[in-house]
Design a binder for this molecule. Structure first.
Ligand code: HEC
Ligand code: HEC
Length: 627
């Protein structure tokens, strides 16, 4: 759809006759990429109605919601909202949609399904996603992926929106990037998946947590520790019978040198089951096979009888269909034999209990189950796969195009490769496994580029191509070299040069997200004071200068320990530093304020910080966290 048509149709319902009839159905198989950015759909989230006749689909890059008719398997309407949507929920009376978008000053918007008009806008936090409606239909809970709390702490939060009052009535902080939320059947508890670890990464234990919040606020939030290395939590879903919540995540084996991939040596892919009433972890189960990874588990869906649990694998373009009765029996047996602690390492636990089914498209995200059919939307192919998952079926995924096929730009192709575990030996992981959304997993890895036994914190790839050399030691001349080394030495794959070029194009096209430390896009008074210190007495700008706050040079700033003692490191950019904790090459500092303390800069080798007062340090932190 060209821009003019898009504007004309903005906020109105586009009927099938206009969109599907003229564009989709008569569209040639592949249209040439237009000069402007092509309008990919990129479906990321779905919500079915209770009758299972309609599915509402969030088309993230087309800025609209499509209404999919289950009987005819066609998109019958589009509601164009002109916003980079992240999530949606259907109201209990099914007349409204609650939608969220990737906005710095985020809002929950209520959309009337009949008219396609926004009827209410409620201010919430930064990058809201995963809206969930309370069982009584009176409240909506939202995860704000980014945010701040007090001095120098970058944190996620949950907004509670009272629909009758039309406002946010409560904000509850959670450790880091709440990417998925669900609510218990009694409406009393929120189960929240924090995307990344909020811990230092030079410790023995580093893992993201699940937080359970009591919506009445009577009890303190409960922290559920996942096994060591749990990260990249993407989906959480309470079973229809309300007993269990399943959470998808990776289980990184970050203590091992990255010498091989066999048997999940680097990364395994998992679900954790949580007892909702007992508010505790039941166990963590690996989704991989012994010689065949099931990379990047994303969404979860249950059949109505809670007997089958399905997981989408964003990296391998499959779904897992798990027989829960058999799984629970096997878990009970493991408990009886006191072997339940071993389950999280058992790559054959699901043998005979789970089927892996191939999808038709690339990049599955959200999934919904209606009867015995799974509907899975696929991000990179703008498609929906439909599969019969009944136990005795031999499913072949049917592909439904959700829009016209548009030729991919190199950047889009690169994004697809970056998220694709087919670029990895035995499909254990994608680049996005350690670099979720092109950023960092918050863990340390002992990569082979600079020898063994000296783990380094995963770097965000934002601006990597503009800040050579690459890697904290500067051992790779450029990010281009790093990309090719990643394919070869981390993914153990041989790929054509075009694939690496496409990944370069994707990474170069990434743009920083505005910091949650800015107010209306401006530095706060504290950050302004911090800037004066940064440029002045603290001496930071001697090295962190220019637009990207790095002079691209290497220095010994006194941070190297053990085999890295007296090592020179490549000055990192500070752009989007608010998002990429923990800090320093080994992730020892969880916050910037901590990094400025004498403990980490006793001799003033890393700027002059020992003479700064606590208030000055807070100002300095506020400034760099605003970048
Ligand atoms: C097992 C985890 C892991 C995987 C998988 C992984 N990386 Fe990395 N990557 C890292 C770590 C850790 C660093 C930082 C290493 C250092 O500083 O020495 C890094 C650094 C980089 C850098 C340098 C960035 C800079 O600014 O210096 C690039 C480029 C890069 N990775 C690209 C990729 C690509 C492309 C893939 C997929 C082919 C990939 N990585 C897969 C862990 C990983
Ligand atoms: C002599 C050059 C130099 C000066 C001066 C300097 N830095 Fe750095 N900075 C570096 C280098 C090199 C690193 C990488 C060190 C490491 O990872 O252990 C770094 C790392 C950082 C990091 C961590 C980045 C990350 O992603 O982990 C922050 C934050 C930072 N500096 C802020 C500051 C502040 C604030 C000042 C002033 C008080 C300052 N720097 C002064 C060179 C410098």
């Amino acid at each position: 759809m060209n821009r003019r048509i898009k504007v004309l149709l903005s906020l109105t319902i586009v009927t099938l006759a206009v969109v599907a009839g003229q564009l989709f159905m008569n569209a040639p198989a592949v249209t040439a990429a237009p000069a402007t950015t092509p309008m990919y759909l990129s479906p990321v989230a779905m919500a079915p109605n209770k009758a299972g006749t309609t599915i509402y689909i969030v088309q993230a890059t087309a800025n609209r919601i499509d209404v999919f008719d289950v009987a005819s398997e066609k998109v019958t309407k589009s509601i164009d909202l002109g916003l980079p949507l992240t999530g949606l929920a259907l109201s209990q009376d099914e007349t409204k949609l609650y939608v969220t978008a990737a906005e710095t000053d985020g809002n929950l918007r209520t959309v009337d399904i009949k008219t396609g008009k926004i009827t209410a806008t409620t201010r919430v936090g930064h990058t809201p996603m995963s809206p969930v409606v309370s069982p009584d239909g009176k409240k909506v809970y939202i995860g704000n992926r980014f945010g701040r709390q007090g001095t120098g702490v970058s944190i996620g939060s949950i907004s509670v929106v009272d629909l009758a009052l039309g406002k946010e009535v409560k904000t509850e902080h959670v450790p880091r990037e709440p990417t998925a939320i669900d609510i218990s059947n009694d409406g009393k508890s929120l189960i929240i998946a924090n995307h990344l670890p909020a811990t230092a990464s030079d410790q023995d234990y580093a893992a993201a947590e699940v937080t359970i919040i009591d919506v009445d606020g009577k009890n303190d939030p409960i922290k559920i520790n996942l096994p060591n290395g749990a990260m990249a939590l993407r989906g959480v879903e309470v079973s229809p019978d309300g007993k269990m919540a399943a959470v998808t995540h990776m289980l990184a084996r970050f203590h091992l040198p990255t010498t091989q991939l066999e048997r999940g040596w680097m990364n395994t892919n998992a679900i954790s089951l949580i007892d909702v009433a007992g508010k505790k972890l039941i166990n963590t189960i690996l989704l991989d096979d012994v010689d065949h990874g099931a990379a990047n588990p994303w969404a979860i869906a249950w059949t109505a009888d809670s007997q089958t649990l399905c997981v989408t694998h964003a990296g391998t373009h499959e779904i897992s269909v798990i027989d829960m009765k058999a799984l629970m029996a096997k878990l009970d047996k493991a408990v009886a034999e006191k072997k339940d602690k071993e389950v999280q390492n058992d790559l054959s636990f699901l043998v005979g209990i789970r089927r892996r089914l191939k999808l038709a498209g690339n990049g599955p995200r959200s999934m919904t189950i209606i009867g015995n059919k799974a509907y899975v939307c696929e991000y990179f192919t703008d498609s929906m796969s439909v599969l019969d998952i009944s136990p005795d079926s031999r499913p072949v995924a049917k592909a439904i195009a959700l829009g016209p096929k548009i030729a991919m730009t190199p950047a889009r192709k690169g994004e697809m490769f970056f998220n694709d575990a087919q670029l990895c030996f035995q499909m254990w992981q994608s680049c996005a496994t350690c670099h979720p959304d092109g950023r960092t997993d918050g863990l340390n890895w002992d990569l082979m580029n600079d020898g063994m036994g000296n783990p380094k914190s995963t770097k965000s790839l934002l601006l990597a191509h503009r800040t050579p050399p690459a890697m904290i030691t500067g051992i790779r001349a450029s990010a281009e070299v790093g990309v090719r080394a990643g394919i070869r030495f981390i993914q153990f794959a041989v790929r054509p040069e075009e694939d690496a070029q496409a990944i370069d194009a994707y990474l170069k096209a990434m743009t920083p997200i505005p910091s949650p430390f800015l107010v209306n896009g401006e530095l706060t008074a504290s950050a302004k004071r911090g800037k004066i210190l940064f440029d002045g007495v603290a001496g930071c700008a001697a090295c962190h200068n220019g637009k990207l706050l790095t002079d691209l040079e290497k220095y010994d700033v006194g941070t190297g320990k053990e085999s890295e003692a007296k090592k020179e490191f490549d000055t990192p950019t500070l752009v989007e530093i608010w998002r990429t904790a923990p800090y320093l090459y080994d992730g020892r500092a969880v916050t910037i304020v901590e990094l400025l303390k004498p403990k980490y800069n006793a001799k003033d080798l890393h700027g002059t910080t020992t003479k700064l007062t606590p208030k000055q340090k807070a100002d300095l932190a506020e400034y760099i966290l605003s970048q």
